[in-house]
Design a binder for this molecule. Structure first.
Ligand code: HEC
Length: 137
């Protein structure tokens, strides 16, 4: 009896540990969303980018869509910490559209900084380099 419950418990611990460590290949949609975010932040960090308000508005819409994909993924996965970062990114991307409409280049610069502040904490905790590209952990 003791031995059985030990085995049951041991296999439970093993499978739990495996579930925690299991890395997951991202969907093409998720990769596309991340590439969009990379392009948006890269583009908006270029000199003069914060004064091209039409381009900033377009970037705001693209970033919002990309963060929506990110949010849906982490909501489904049930990871509150990653979801919070994705939600913050969505909010900052919406802010970016607001300040672009106000033609405030300082506002644009601040919003871009805010957007970029969400990337690293999530990548540190949830992104792992794979043989090709990245996996989600
Ligand atoms: C809530 C978590 C989260 C946030 C926030 C986040 N990322 Fe990611 N990102 C990931 C994960 C997980 C991967 C690995 C899967 C993949 O490659 O798509 C990734 C991968 C990437 C990649 C590599 C895509 C590829 O596979 O070629 C780029 C580029 C990227 N992120 C850019 C960004 C930028 C820029 C931001 C911030 C504006 C950002 N990410 C915000 C989780 C996040």
């Amino acid at each position: 009896m003791r031995r059985v419950s030990f085995i049951v418990m041991f296999s439970f611990v093993l499978s739990f540990g495996y579930a925690l460590r299991a890395a997951e290949a991202p969907s093409p949609e998720y990769v596309k969303a991340m590439k969009t975010l990379g392009a948006v932040v890269g583009g908006l960090s270029k000199p003069g980018a914060s004064e091209d308000f039409e381009a900033v508005k377009k970037a705001s819409a693209e970033a919002k869509a990309a963060f929506a994909v990110t949010e849906n993924f982490w909501k489904a996965k049930g990871d509150a910490e990653a979801l919070k970062l994705a939600e913050a990114g969505s909010k900052y991307s919406a802010d970016l559209g607001v300040v672009a409409n106000l033609t405030s280049s300082e506002g644009v610069e601040a919003a871009v900084k805010d957007i970029a502040s969400t990337c690293k904490p999530c990548h540190d905790g949830h992104r792992e380099k794979a043989a090709e590209g990245f996996v989600i952990k």
